[in-house]
Design a protein around this ligand. Structure first.
Ligand code: DGL
Length: 269
């Protein structure tokens, strides 16, 4: 099966590596809109256009289904793609909401744009309308992760800066509502101590059991990257040597530069 994923940068690798481990032997197409990173600070309409460009590219290159590997992109699409796009789309935000629905005091950390759309609050309340929800943007986490700073003193300081008040609120669960954040999982869990940490990707993978047939053999990944391909490649190499990247080591990987033409940008879908 040809499985398409998109993200602004390396965040979506936290979804991709899980997919490869669980469903080996498939062809994965990963659109990384590196030229436009970070997505979280982009205005809504502009961002929507960028995400649709990525989806068009994935479709043109043969993707049969789309697995959202970007909460921010998912948030501006409202967890679904337009009917005329006619391709199965699996939303990471909806999966995240399902993962936390049985808790009553829920904290969600996201990018600025995901927070502004209020999509997590909307989706969680649909499933549990008595839940208390605290949402907070931890936007600097994205830059930290893209710099390869996943633990150490600097990561500790940034995590403390963003999560001190979240910790004081004493949530039962903290949902990592941006695919970059699981790179900081160790740092975040050391700071949050007994709070349960949840990555929406886990629930998403569970749901995909009904969709992606079990495969075997070597998986193939084609990274379709806008912007600085060399830098993206360096980060992929870094991830391959990290426990999170477990799965990527036995995978055939190619990294290609993609240029989205102006006409495509304007005529998305
Ligand atoms: N990794 C993305 C997300 O899940 C986007 C991060 C960004 O580019 O701001 O929201």
């Amino acid at each position: 099966m040809n499985i398409g994923l998109f993200d602004s940068g390396i965040g979506g690798l936290t979804v991709l590596t899980g997919l490869i481990r669980k469903f080996p032997g498939h062809n994965y197409l990963y659109f990384a809109d590196y030229a436009n990173l970070p997505y979280g600070s982009k205005p809504y309409e502009h961002l929507k256009k960028l995400v649709l460009n990525g989806l068009n590219k994935l479709r043109a290159d043969g993707a049969e289904i789309i697995v959202s590997a970007c909460n921010t992109g998912d948030a501006v699409l409202d967890g679904r793609i337009e009917e005329n796009f006619s391709m199965p789309y699996y939303s990471i935000v909806k999966a995240g909401a399902k993962a936390v629905k049985d808790y009553s005091k829920i904290a969600v950390i996201t990018t600025d744009q995901t927070m502004k759309t209020g999509v997590y609050i909307k989706e969680i309340l649909k499933l549990n309308n008595g839940a208390f929800i605290l949402q907070k943007s931890a936007s600097l986490f994205v830059s930290l992760v893209e710099e390869g700073i996943w633990n150490g003193k600097m990561a500790d300081a940034v995590v403390k800066y963003y999560l001190e008040d979240v910790k004081r609120w004493e949530p039962q669960v903290l949902l990592l509502g941006c695919t970059h954040y699981p790179f900081l999982q160790f740092t975040i869990s050391s700071f949050m101590k007994d709070v349960v940490l949840l990555d929406p990707a886990e629930k998403l993978l569970e749901e995909l059991e009904r969709v992606i047939p079990p495969g075997k053999g070597t998986s193939k990944v084609r990274f379709l990257v806008t912007g600085n391909v060399e830098r993206f490649q360096t980060l992929v190499n870094l991830v391959q040597h990290h426990p999170l990247g477990n799965g990527l080591s036995n995978t055939e990987i190619s990294v290609e530069k993609v240029v989205i033409r102006e006409a495509q940008q304007e005529g998305a879908l």
